[in-house]
Design a protein around this ligand. Structure first.
Ligand SMILES: *[C@@H]1O[C@H](CO)[C@@H](O)[C@H](O)[C@H]1NC(C)=O
Ligand SMILES: *[C@@H]1O[C@H](CO)[C@@H](O)[C@H](O)[C@H]1NC(C)=O
Ligand SMILES: *[C@@H]1O[C@H](CO)[C@@H](O)[C@H](O)[C@H]1NC(C)=O
Ligand SMILES: *[C@@H]1O[C@H](CO)[C@@H](O)[C@H](O)[C@H]1NC(C)=O
Ligand SMILES: *[C@@H]1O[C@H](CO)[C@@H](O)[C@H](O)[C@H]1NC(C)=O
Ligand SMILES: *[C@@H]1O[C@H](CO)[C@@H](O)[C@H](O)[C@H]1NC(C)=O
Ligand SMILES: *[C@@H]1O[C@H](CO)[C@@H](O)[C@H](O)[C@H]1NC(C)=O
Length: 324
């Protein structure tokens, strides 16, 4: 009996000790963020093969305030109620993590005003609010290139005004010629082709040209290749467009035809291409017509989400590679 009581006491004691060790251990085990957030700029070429890539756009918006006198403020999250989305452990990155990821990087946004909004969303993640405000002012409505440097992490961020796809191809050839490649390239164009060129077969040819120029960029014996993203066109709210020309030319049926062409061009990862699509059309549609004033440029939250999707895609790729 005595022995039994002794050992029971001991057992209880050991269980308690074990419990404490475990809980301390769990407490100090690095979580998802601290394990995987390392600078992503020395990895091999990304190919977006991780199954979680398919769930990156499974997001939902919520209304934060419902006061009658104030506009509805939206928030968003990944659909944690969906088990497959939850297991992917997507994470909204904040400044410290984003700074580690983008430390000493060269990031280029090239395209139209949609892409420019994407650039602002990325800048917001790593730069001081007053500097972001300044850049936002500098950039407003300017059809021009822009370059900025985030001193705190030595990050170079360029915006290249390339509203037509064929100008994107030229830019890629410039990178090749100079043998200097950005770490991340986010591209997107189509609205100007729709509005001013009105020839979908020309658009198709430009996209194929771009795809070829990217293959040049991604082949050869370069160990480190840029992470490539395609920032898609938004959902068009025709009744809100500001000019007759836009209302006439920028319709949803035409947008779908142009997007179909992008699908067919093999530019996108889903169709065997090198770019991961940031689906602004989906993100803007989910946000709804109240998220745009001019039927074309949406509230910043839409582009913020696109940037979080982009960074999570890069994280997934990097953890995938360390596991296999
Ligand atoms: C078991 O531990 C309790 C206090 O923790 C003590 O009062 C009791 O005498 C112990 N029993 C034996 C058999 O040692
Ligand atoms: C994960 O670690 C980061 C810092 O590395 C911390 O800010 C965050 O709160 C942690 N998250 C959890 C769920 O513990
Ligand atoms: C959020 O607010 C918008 C605008 O007022 C409204 O149209 C929408 O139905 C609301 N969504 C939810 C889920 O309450
Ligand atoms: C950026 O990299 C430098 C050197 O590689 C390092 O000293 C610094 O701590 C890094 N900063 C961040 C925010 O990761
Ligand atoms: C579109 O451009 C191609 C070649 O650039 C031309 O052959 C074709 O006729 C044009 N289509 C229209 C509708 O203008
Ligand atoms: C675009 O709009 C202008 C002005 O309304 C019109 O002349 C032109 O034909 C339109 N282009 C297309 C493709 O509908
Ligand atoms: C392009 O492909 C995606 C993915 O398969 C699909 O969801 C989308 O509807 C396609 N877009 C068009 C315009 O066909």
């Amino acid at each position: 009996m005595a022995w039994w009581h002794m050992s029971l006491n001991k057992t209880v004691f050991f269980i308690c000790v074990l419990f404490i060790i475990l809980s301390v251990g769990v407490h100090f085990t690095p979580n998802f963020s601290s394990i995987s957030i390392i600078s992503l700029l020395n990895g091999a070429s990304p190919n977006y093969r991780n199954p979680c890539i398919d769930f990156l756009h499974s997001i939902e918006y919520k209304n934060r305030t419902e006061c009658a006198d104030r506009p509805v403020e939206k928030t968003w999250s990944w659909m944690q109620s969906r088990p497959r989305v939850a297991t992917c452990e997507f994470k909204k990155l904040k400044k410290p993590d984003a700074s580690v990821m983008l430390n000493r990087s060269w990031v280029v946004f090239a395209g139209d005003s949609q892409t420019r909004l994407g650039m602002i969303s990325l800048l917001k993640l790593v730069e001081l609010p007053e500097r972001v405000r300044k850049v936002r002012e500098d950039l407003a409505k300017l059809h021009t290139d822009y370059s900025t440097f985030v001193d705190s992490i030595g990050m170079k961020l360029d915006f290249k005004w390339k509203p037509y796809v064929r100008r994107l191809s030229k830019l890629m050839l410039e990178f090749k010629k100079n043998k200097k490649y950005p770490d991340i390239i986010v591209m997107g164009a189509g609205l100007w082709d729709m509005l001013y060129e009105n020839n979908v077969s020309d658009y198709d040819a430009s996209l194929r040209g771009l795809r070829n120029s990217l293959q040049d960029l991604n082949s050869k014996d370069r160990r480190v290749q840029p992470h490539l993203f395609w920032l898609g066109m938004p959902t068009l709210i025709n009744s809100k467009l500001k000019t007759e020309e836009k209302r006439h030319n920028l319709t949803e049926p035409r947008r779908i035809r142009y997007d179909n062409t992008v699908n067919g061009s093999k530019l996108l990862n889903k169709f065997g291409g090198p770019c991961l699509k940031l689906d602004i059309q989906l993100l803007s549609e989910l946000c709804g017509p109240q998220c745009t004033k001019d039927g074309l440029h949406y509230d910043e939250i839409v582009y913020d989400i696109a940037i979080q999707i982009m960074l999570n895609a890069m994280l997934i790729e990097s953890t995938h590679k360390t596991h296999f």
